[in-house]
Design a protein around this ligand. Structure first.
Ligand code: ACO
Length: 151
């Protein structure tokens, strides 16, 4: 796997990433909500206590000490495939000003690696039609259709 550009670091999400603009990066996806630090930590600590199931990673721009990209893999336990594990990639986000530098690709490569290390027999994700070429470049193939029900 090729390296990140110089001056960028890929690592697990930290509690202090609240101050580094992690939630701001997620705004390229959808409405995030104005979390207080306490509300952020409530979710962060849940993920930390389930760290065999949730892996959220970030890329930081070290010169500015800010988060510029993020992504999550959730490991689901199944009965099928003899208690098989399936990785679900979620919430891939790259800051608008940092897109096109292969940061998204590096996030996906790292999440695929985590999924493979955890023993997942497949890693899947939902995306919009316009992101299909990006995920194809990341080694994914179009398989099914997403269905949604909003409460
Ligand atoms: N159409 C065609 N090709 C694309 C596109 C696109 N929309 N986006 C990226 N690519 C290509 C790049 O040109 C590059 O190709 P190359 O290797 O031949 O040069 C390759 O895919 C890798 O691109 P990156 O530079 O890694 O892409 P980037 O860092 O900009 O991240 C991402 C892509 C995550 C889609 C980013 O643009 C983004 O955050 N968009 C807004 C939020 C979003 O849509 N997130 C995904 C939601 S789906 C989910 O979370 C499961």
């Amino acid at each position: 796997q090729a390296a990140l550009p110089a001056g960028y670091t890929l690592r697990a999400l930290r509690s202090s990433d609240y101050e580094r603009g992690f939630l701001k990066v997620l705004e390229v996806l959808t409405e995030v909500g104005n979390h207080t630090k306490e509300q952020y930590l409530e979710q962060f600590n849940y993920l930390l206590n389930h760290n065999d199931q949730y892996y959220t990673i970030t890329i930081t721009d070290d010169s500015k000490n800010v988060v510029v990209a993020a992504g999550t893999i959730l490991v689901e336990r199944k009965f099928v495939h003899k208690n098989g594990l399936v990785g679900h990639i979620e919430d891939i986000a790259v800051d608008k000003n940092q897109q096109g530098k292969k940061l998204g690709l590096r996030i996906i490569q790292a999440l695929k690696f985590i999924g493979a290390q955890r023993g997942c027999y497949k890693v899947i994700l939902d995306c919009s039609e316009k992101n299909i070429p990006f995920y194809e470049k990341c080694g994914f193939k179009h398989k099914e259709y997403e269905m949604a029900w909003y409460v």
